[in-house]
Design a protein around this ligand. Structure first.
Ligand SMILES: [Zn+2]
Length: 252
């Protein structure tokens, strides 16, 4: 019975072996397996592995290599909503608050009561504008200080705003506390003896460029900025307090 015809197999267009590779292979195959030893006898030993052969060079015409998997944007972790800052930061509330992720590029969150991280979701809720600003700040900071330390983001507002322990304001999603970056690079509590003045000023300058209503800093810190925007305030020697303008502009 005649054999069925062989299917035609198309071989991929592989690079042709180089002459030296062919020669190496032939030499490896022909190497003597017996090695003479001084007592005159001869022992058969296993052949040593051939000299490592370099992988064939990548052909220049292979085409573009697949791109590495993209890093998911931190913004995709956020449940964005049309938030509304009602009333004022000192006497208001927050509708459709947006939760800042527990950490992201250039930032982490911390609970100022326990000084642990991350902060609770019910303490890191704010208007969508504030959350977007903080993510933008973190990304900018990560690009500027890739070796750290990251910025510590403290309390924003509670889920629906309103009165918030420790704070006279932080009631309608337009306030954020930011730890002072430390000179020793530790991501932890800071005070006037250990904060990095230059890095702290960078944070202040970023917010001034972004457009703030106020930045408050402690009386024992050396920070500067436009009068009326960057102001000294008691009890702010370990963090900056940032307030953005009412993002929805309703003021009600
Ligand atoms: Zn504050």
């Amino acid at each position: 019975m005649p054999l069925p015809p062989c299917p035609r197999i198309t071989l991929p267009d592989l690079p042709r072996p180089r002459a030296w590779m062919v020669l190496l292979g032939a030499m490896a195959a022909a190497l003597p397996l017996a090695t003479a030893i001084p007592d005159g006898s001869s022992h058969t030993v296993a052949a040593e592995p051939a000299v490592p052969v370099a992988p064939p060079p990548v052909p220049a015409d292979r085409g573009p290599q697949p791109a590495p998997a993209p890093v998911p944007d931190i913004r995709s972790q956020v449940v964005w909503r049309a938030s509304i800052a009602h009333g004022t930061a000192n006497d208001g509330w927050l509708e459709n608050g947006v939760v800042l992720p527990p950490e992201g590029p250039g930032f982490y969150t911390y609970n100022p009561v326990t000084q642990t991280r991350p902060n609770l979701p019910g303490r890191r809720t704010a208007t969508a504008t504030m959350v977007r600003d903080l993510i933008d700040l973190g990304e900018w900071w990560a690009g500027r200080h890739p070796a750290g330390p990251r910025l510590g983001i403290g309390d924003l507002s509670q889920t629906s705003g309103g009165a918030f322990e420790l704070h006279a304001s932080h009631r309608n999603g337009t306030d954020a506390d930011i730890r002072l970056p430390r000179r020793d690079g530790v991501e932890g509590p800071a005070d006037p003896s250990i904060y990095d003045r230059g890095m702290t000023q960078e944070v202040v300058d970023w917010w001034v460029r972004r457009g703030v209503q106020f930045i408050f800093y402690g009386p024992h810190l050396s920070v500067s900025g436009p009068a009326g925007e960057v102001e000294v305030w008691p009890n702010h020697d370990d963090h900056l307090h940032v307030r953005i303008p009412d993002p929805d502009g309703t003021g009600n």
